[in-house]
Design a protein around this ligand. Structure first.
Ligand code: ADP
Length: 267
């Protein structure tokens, strides 16, 4: 009797230990994935300002004559930005491998709610126009803007909005061939402001639309022809959700796409 009791006790302890280990492993895995998601998003957000710096440096470099003593500074900026871009593409690589299929639906950014304030849309759209028109010039694409001179304040977060719209503009420029155009515009509605980025790019097949905002999703055409990570739209979508806004796309293969963000006007 007592031997059976002993075996039963040992088994109970073994089971409890096993459950505890399973719980610890699951927790560790979750923390690890949350951290790697956050890190991947952060690294991705470094891309837009970096592309802008490199484009400004390229434009500057062309204006400087060969024996100008300032040439070396511009060359230095170009070299260092290239270096950071190389590091970032290294850092991007393992991120998708860390995520299981089930993790796709998980939040990309830390769960904390975003602080929403009244923000000046004009200033943000001016900043995006500035870097996007420089990139467009580099790539022989026309950059147009259709932004009303007086825009009401919206509810949002400045850096999140810059990142979200910046990603849409970057994509539009990336997926539009030479000779096309990209248009950044805004429309004021009674309760909302509608911001859109329209392009004359490759377009998106209907079959890709439902998965477009998923993390790591890349269109079939994009996957084979144009470099990317499949993070930009997922991040943009997540940020816009946190600003209590919405994001939509209409697209036609071979004709182009329009991505639009709707934000609440602040009262
Ligand atoms: P990435 O551009 O790095 O692949 P994104 O998350 O920004 O990742 O975009 C996901 C996919 O959506 C892209 O792979 C591409 O197929 C498609 N896409 C996004 N923006 C555009 C656009 N403006 N025109 C055509 N396809 C687009």
């Amino acid at each position: 009797q007592s031997q059976i009791q002993q075996i039963a006790n040992t088994l109970a302890i073994a089971c409890a230990l096993d459950r505890r280990n399973q719980w610890l492993a699951a927790n560790q895995q979750r923390n690890y994935e949350e951290q790697s998601n956050f890190l991947a998003s952060l690294l991705h957000q470094l891309r837009n300002p970096l592309t802008a710096i490199r484009t400004f440096a390229q434009l500057l470099s062309r204006r400087i004559v060969a024996d100008d003593p300032n040439q070396k500074f511009v060359t230095g900026i170009l070299r260092e930005t290239q270096h950071i871009q190389d590091l970032l593409s290294e850092a991007d690589r393992p991120a998708p491998l860390l995520l299981s299929e089930a993790e796709h639906e998980k939040a990309l950014l830390p769960a904390a709610t975003m602080e929403l304030t009244e923000i000046d849309l004009s200033e943000i759209l001016d900043g995006i126009t500035n870097f996007a028109s420089a990139i467009a010039q580099e790539r022989n694409i026309q950059f147009l803007s259709n932004i009303p001179s007086h825009l009401p304040k919206v509810l949002g977060n400045e850096s999140a909005l810059r990142e979200a719209i910046g990603n849409l503009a970057e994509n539009a420029l990336k997926y539009t061939p030479k000779g096309g155009y990209v248009l950044l515009g805004a429309d004021v509605k009674p309760d909302t402001v509608y911001i859109y980025v329209q392009d004359t790019g490759v377009g998106i097949p209907d079959a890709d639309l439902p998965r477009l905002f998923e993390r790591n999703f890349r269109g079939r055409q994009a996957e084979s022809e144009i470099a990317g990570t499949g993070l930009g739209l997922a991040i943009a979508n997540e940020l816009v959700q946190k600003m209590e806004g919405s994001i939509h796309v209409i697209s036609q293969v071979g004709k182009g796409s329009t991505f639009a963000v709707t934000l609440k006007r602040s009262l």
